[in-house]
Design a protein around this ligand. Structure first.
Ligand code: HQG
Length: 178
């Protein structure tokens, strides 16, 4: 599979497993799982030719391990905008986590805290370099430091997705620094 096709299939999966399953008539169960057989059928119905082997390949080599396969089921491991409950356990975070953003959002973030915006959760990175890459999707990155240990001690819940993204409902401004 060439790189272009890999990206095309990955984007197709992200769109329909995270954001708009209804666009192709796909049903996700409450935990975000779709039947691979059903996905192949509805993709074909909507003129996107896709094979099981391509799905398996994308799941295996995807740069950020965004998807998981379990028998004939597939789901995105995080990043949804549709309501799903991934049933991730609450876990203790490291003392510090990081969030990559850009300077144009800083005033609002320092005033209102980090909010999930279009997604279910605020996404936090375990290290500065990962956060820098997340921020760089939007321009010159700014990395914020999150006092995650202190937040957890104050009763805020953290979860971590299967691909190592830390998730929190929000991060109030008093736990943020640069
Ligand atoms: C910003 C990619 C104004 C926030 C990445 C971010 C990540 C605020 C944007 C994953 C704000 C939301 C998630 C506030 C937060 N006021 N702006 N109060 N609070 N923001 O894409 O963290 O490729 O939903 O800084 O690698 O950028 O999809 O979140 O800039 O892991 O697998 O609002 O997406 O992964 O943007 O990225 P996003 P994100 P995937």
């Amino acid at each position: 599979m060439d790189e272009r096709r890999l990206v095309e299939v990955s984007k197709y999966l992200a769109k329909h497993l995270r954001h708009r399953p209804e666009r192709i008539g796909l049903t996700l169960d409450p935990e975000g799982w779709a039947d691979v057989t059903a996905l192949l059928a509805v993709a074909a119905d909507h003129c996107f030719a896709l094979t099981r082997a391509e799905i398996e390949h994308v799941v295996a080599v995807n740069d950020k391990k965004r998807y998981e396969l379990d028998g004939d089921r597939i789901r995105a491991v995080q990043g949804h905008s549709v309501p799903v409950s991934l049933n991730l356990p609450v876990v203790s975070p490291p003392e510090l986590l990081f969030h990559g953003t850009v300077s144009r959002f800083l005033d609002a973030i320092l005033r209102d805290g980090l909010l999930p915006m279009g997604r279910h959760d605020v996404h936090l990175s375990p290290d500065r370099e990962t956060a820098r890459r997340v921020g760089a999707r939007r321009g010159r990155p700014v990395v914020l430091v999150v006092q995650a240990g202190r937040m957890a001690a104050d009763g805020h819940e953290f979860r971590v997705s299967a691909n190592g993204v830390w998730l929190a409902g929000s991060v109030p401004p008093e736990y943020l620094g640069e």
